[in-house]
Design a protein around this ligand. Structure first.
Ligand code: PBG
Length: 327
């Protein structure tokens, strides 16, 4: 009988040895919490398709960002839900618009402890629900939308956002926003470009979270699920246009793209574990079909292994608590 020469199991024999031999690590500072704030409500509103996630009131938002900072997160990413919408999304660059007002409040509350971030896109603010303004025939007008994004960028920077998440998937948006910020003196405002943002079904529950008015889909601007090389190209273009970080989104279904982008650019790569990913785990856990905590930690670890530097996840504050228990 010959004995095995190679014994990979040696590395798995005990918790301390496994920790020693571990290739990737997950810590709270790698997590960012996406949050929704809704205009004109006094109490937080549950989102039925995302149990545990709410549309915040201004008060509940202040409490939740304080918890996020205490949990050691690196940032919060704010999404606004306005009470009035129009064709051009005027509330988006109105200094009194919900997202801008909330940004200032959050910056006052936790601006020294974490990076206050804002979603820069028009879809929550338009009455047709698209991420840009429309041509007379109803198509999304790329270059007219860029002007709106430049204006939104200035409103968000003035409100106190330190990092703009460009999620609209318009061509040239990173360059236009960078130039607008620099011309106005906001040279320190960071840009995180949602470079490879794929169209598809995984954003379903988010539509309820922001009361989306969209009919139809975003396939004329967000990417085709079948394309990986194109995702890498989009990331390279955003870096050339001045992005400080790039993102691949959704998360778990696109780990291959994440790994390829990681190998192709020299800026931090982020990922977004989106609403559909969240809801699937919550639903299965509620039925007792999977172990909720272990599944969440497995998924977050998978992002790190595939090359993500930073992860947007609705579980950020809770997961950070577990990670600190493990230390
Ligand atoms: C667009 C935006 C969306 C998400 C983040 N930013 C929706 C979309 O593209 O349709 C989805 C996030 C999620 O599903 O959790 N502003």
């Amino acid at each position: 009988m010959s004995f095995p020469t190679h014994r990979p199991r040696r590395a798995r024999q005990s918790a301390p040895v496994r920790r020693l031999m571990r290739e990737t690590h997950l810590v709270p500072s790698q997590l960012v919490l996406p949050m929704f704030v809704r205009e004109g409500i006094a109490e937080p509103q549950p989102i039925s398709a995302m149990p545990g996630v709410v549309q915040h009131s201004m008060d509940s938002l202040r409490r939740a960002v304080t918890e996020a900072a205490e949990a050691g997160l690196s940032g919060v990413m704010l999404f606004g839900v306005p009470s009035v919408r129009d064709a051009t999304g005027s509330a988006a660059d109105d200094p009194d618009g919900i997202l801008n007002v909330a940004t200032t409040a959050v910056a006052e509350e936790v601006g020294d402890a974490l990076v206050v971030q804002t979603d820069l896109c028009l879809d929550e603010f338009t009455d047709h629900g698209h991420c840009g303004v429309l041509t007379p025939s109803g198509a999304v007008d790329n270059d007219a939308t860029l002007e709106r994004y430049a204006s939104m960028a200035l409103a968000q920077a003035r409100a106190g956002s330190q990092l703009l998440g460009l999620s609209g998937m318009m061509d040239g948006q990173t360059g236009v926003v960078r130039e607008a910020l620099d011309e106005a003196g906001f040279t320190d405002t960071l840009i995180m470009a949602y470079s490879a943002k794929y169209a598809g079904a995984f954003y379903g529950p988010f539509r309820e979270a922001v009361d989306s008015q969209l009919t139809g889909d975003r396939r004329a601007y967000q990417m085709d699920a079948a394309n990986a090389r194109e995702g890498v190209r989009e990331a390279i273009l955003d870096v050339e246009e001045g992005a400080d970080a790039v993102m691949v989104k959704p998360g778990l279904p696109y780990l291959d793209v994440l790994a390829e982008v990681r190998a192709s650019v020299d800026v931090p790569v982020w990922t977004y574990q989106v609403s559909g990913e969240y809801s699937m785990v919550e639903a299965a856990a509620e039925r007792g079909w999977i172990d909720r905590r272990a599944t969440i930690l497995d998924s977050l670890t998978a992002f790190r292994r595939a090359g993500a530097d930073t992860i947007l996840t609705y579980w950020a504050t809770e997961a950070a608590g577990w990670l600190r228990e493990q230390l």
